[in-house]
Design a protein around this ligand. Structure first.
Ligand code: UT7
Length: 327
């Protein structure tokens, strides 16, 4: 158990919306296929001049405001992302600049693909409990449509852009992270990957011509592991908290496919009414999905102090995890 709590949430979705009907006009797909196979209706698209740190800053301002603090009260910035502004410096450093924080606090990114926010939450909890820092700005943010292969209908319909931020700090009351569970299996890295642009395959004319800087996914294989690991993460996080699905007031899963969510809640015994489903209007935003869904739940009044909140994630790596929070 970690005696930490989330005191502020904020999210931002870029203004441009691309619906399934818009996609029908430019490729061989249909609203019907996308909705029934994934649960997605529309996704938000970052503007050409909008980088990941720009949208993080907008979400961060809302989270900081809800927490009733100022940017200067933050001790550390962490951004979970696979679409950083640059390979370096870290997107978190650009966020520090955008927020006008000149107190020289540490800032770094977390790379755990779709599991990045939950990994960041566990890391944050450990650092706060260990006495390293008191208050962390923890964000998950992506501009995935900038690394989307628009010629590949099996992936390009799945992703969207957006940012979600949280202020994580010491808890003096009942709020806590009751349990956590996380894992990875690097043997399966090739199944969901951005092949080029790193040291394995540096950028070249050839890699650009062959679209190797975009998301490549073996959809069916990823789907099978996602179902299995999301179920495992939910059950193990609940078991470690000595709770069952009956105790959950709100479940926020990573949103990659509505069918993965349905399979997980069936296994965990959590009704759909207690499950956050945002994939219809935000699509899959990798590390941003959970903090954006969390912010929507808080602002809609679906989450109240004392509630039991279950989070689970799954993503490239493969990486996965779950956590039970007393809100
Ligand atoms: O966020 C991190 C983890 N990511 C995930 O967990 C994603 C996991 N994977 C999935 O969610 C699913 O595998 C997809 C949504 C990506 C694909 O759904 P599927 O039910 O596994 O479809 P499929 O790949 O088996 O394709 C079925 C058919 C194929 O046609 P044929 O070969 O049966 O004639 C595809 O060519 O659907 C076709 N298809 C499409 N048709 C219309 C694939 N993409 C599209 C499309 N529109 N956009």
């Amino acid at each position: 158990m970690f005696k930490v709590k989330i005191t502020g949430t904020g999210s931002y979705l870029p203004k441009k919306v691309l619906t399934n009907f818009d996609l029908e006009k430019t490729m061989d797909t249909s609203d019907e296929w996308i909705r029934t196979r994934t649960g997605i209706r529309e996704r938000h698209i970052a503007a050409d001049d909008e980088a990941t740190s720009d949208i993080v800053a907008k979400a961060a301002e809302k989270a900081i405001d809800m927490a009733g603090i100022t940017p200067k009260d933050i001790d550390l910035i962490m951004v979970a992302t696979i679409t950083p502004d640059n390979a370096f410096p870290a997107t978190a450093c650009w966020v520090q600049k955008h927020l006008g924080i000149d107190t020289e606090i540490p800032a770094f990114d977390i790379g755990a693909a779709c599991s990045g926010y939950l990994y960041g939450l566990i890391v944050s909890a450990g650092m706060i409990e260990g006495g390293l820092v008191d208050r962390i700005l923890l964000c998950g943010a992506e501009t995935l449509t900038k690394i989307t292969n628009w010629d590949d209908r099996s992936t390009c319909v799945l992703f969207g852009d957006g940012a979600g931020c949280t202020v994580v700090e010491k808890s003096d009351g009942d709020s806590a992270i009751l349990s956590s569970y996380w894992g990875a299996d690097g043997r399966l890295g090739d199944l969901l990957i951005q092949p080029a642009g790193g040291s394995r395959m540096p950028a070249s004319h050839k890699t650009v011509d062959e679209n190797l800087h975009t998301v490549s996914m073996a959809g069916n294989d990823v789907y099978k592991y996602a179902v299995s690991k999301m179920k495992e993460s939910a059950m193990e996080a609940l078991r470690r908290a000595n709770l069952t699905g009956d105790d959950v007031d709100l479940y926020i899963p990573h949103q990659a496919n509505i069918r993965i969510i349905e399979a997980t809640i069936k296994r965990a015994g959590i009704p759909m009414e207690k499950t956050s489903v945002t994939i219809d209007h935000i699509a899959n935003i990798s590390a941003a999905t959970v903090p954006i869904s969390l912010d929507e739940a808080v602002r809609e009044g679906r989450l109240n102090r004392g509630d039991i909140l279950l989070l689970t994630v799954f993503g490239g790596g493969f990486t996965w995890g779950g956590a039970v929070l007393k809100w």
